[in-house]
Design a protein around this ligand. Sequence first.
Ligand code: ADP
Length: 163
Amino acid sequence: MASVAVYPGSFDPVTNGHIDIIERSAKVFDKVVVAVLHNRNKVPLFSVEERVAMLEASISYIPNTEVDSFNGLLIDYIRAKNAKTIVRGLRAVSDFEYEMQAASINRKLDPDIETFFMMTNNQYSYLSSSIVKEVAKYEANVQDLVPSVVQKAIREKYSHLSE
Ligand code: ADP
């Protein structure tokens, strides 16, 4: 049976840190579904459709990946996708507490679904979507932090906002 993993997140926007996790997990699983979460608790910079489109453009070179979006409970989505694994990335200690809680509740909800953690590549340990937005807001260069499609989109987004 093919192993399917889901890598869920806000991806607002996707960064090179996310891409690194996607590339590496695509070597471990037969298929990786990158799933953009409709999160009502956060006001996003990019719409779900924009985030999906940027991800698709950025990972089209990795054949065993797919980009999707979902609402509601992650575990329900994982089951609907016939997946058995959740992929999450870990950066600093600050990620650990939240991730530990999320993995524990997900295990309680469905013990057959495993959370698989991948340690950040050292060069991206400081990188987050929020830091990229913060830097881009002041028109600084985000060239080495995000795929080129994101670089362009973020520049356009902030130029509209400042009009
Ligand atoms: P969420 O809002 O679900 O945390 P994010 O888009 O911020 O969504 O992150 C999705 C996942 O990618 C999380 O597991 C996060 O820890 C991981 N991640 C984000 N940035 C990096 C990075 N630079 N290196 C490794 N993992 C990362």
